[in-house]
Design a protein around this ligand. Structure first.
Ligand code: URA
Ligand code: SF4
Length: 189
C-alpha cells in the first residue's frame, strides 16, 4: 500500500499516482457519510475537478434527476463517490494502475460508510469492485454480492445522456427500474 490512508482528509494531498500531477482538486465524495447506499462512479470530469465534488456536471445532474424520480434524496440517502479520486486528462478511462493506486481510498470509504447496498455506475466501477468485464447491458439490474453487501450495477449516467429515449425498455427506463429495485431492497433489510 503506497498511500497512508488512515483518514480521508489526507486523500486531498495524495500523490500515489500520476493523476495527481494534472488534477486541480481531489474529488472524494458528496452526500451522507452514513448512508445505506453508496454509489460508485468512474472518475471526476472537468466540473468535478474544478469544484471538488463528484457528479456535479451533466452526468451528475442526470443522475440526481433519476434518483429523485424514484424517491431518493441524493444528499441525504446516498454517499456518492468514484473509483478514482482525480480527473484523468481529457476524461480518458482510468488506467488499471491508477485504479489500483486509488483503491485504498475506496476501501477506506467503504469501511467508514459501511453501506447496505453498493450501486456501481458503469463498467469501470463494476470491474473495480467485482472484477467483472462483461457488457453492462447484461450486468445491469442483476444483484451481485461483494463482501456480504448487496451490489447493483447500473448504466453510467453519461451513457444515459447519449441514449435519451424515454421509451419503455430503453436505458433510462431500465435504470429507473434498477434504482427502484435498490429502494425495495432497502425496505426489505
Ligand atoms: N462521471 C463519473 O463517473 N464521476 C463523476 O464524478 C462525474 C462524471
Ligand atoms: Fe491518489 Fe487516487 Fe488521486 Fe491517484 S487518483 S493521486 S491514487 S487520490
Amino acid at each position: 500500500m503506497t498511500n497512508s490512508c488512515s483518514s480521508l482528509e489526507s486523500c486531498r494531498s495524495c500523490t500515489a499516482c500520476p493523476l495527481s500531477e494534472t488534477r486541480d482538486q481531489v474529488v472524494i465524495a458528496r452526500g451522507q457519510p452514513k448512508a445505506r447506499v453508496m454509489l460508485i462512479g468512474e472518475a471526476p470530469g472537468a466540473r468535478e475537478d474544478a469544484t471538488g465534488q463528484p457528479f456535479v456536471g451533466r452526468s451528475g445532474q442526470a443522475l440526481d434527476r433519476l434518483l429523485k424520480e424514484v424517491g431518493f434524496d441524493p444528499e441525504s440517502d446516498l454517499y456518492i463517490c468514484n473509483a478514482v479520486k482525480c480527473r484523468p486528462p481529457g476524461n480518458r478511462r482510468p488506467k488499471r494502475s491508477e485504479l489500483l493506486a486509488c483503491r485504498p481510498w475506496l476501501d477506506l470509504q467503504l469501511d467508514q460508510v459501511n453501506p447496505d447496498v453498493i450501486v456501481l455506475a458503469g463498467a469501470t466501477a463494476v470491474d473495480a469492485i467485482l472484477g467483472l468485464k462483461q457488457a453492462m447491458t447484461g450486468l445491469r439490474g442483476q444483484w451481485q454480492t461483494w463482501q456480504g453487501r448487496d451490489v447493483m450495477p447500473i448504466f453510467h449516467p453519461s451513457y444515459l445522456l447519449r441514449n435519451p429515449s424515454q421509451a419503455e425498455g430503453a436505458p433510462l427506463d431500465l435504470t429507473r427500474r434498477d434504482l427502484y429495485t435498490v429502494g425495495r431492497r432497502l425496505c426489505e433489510r
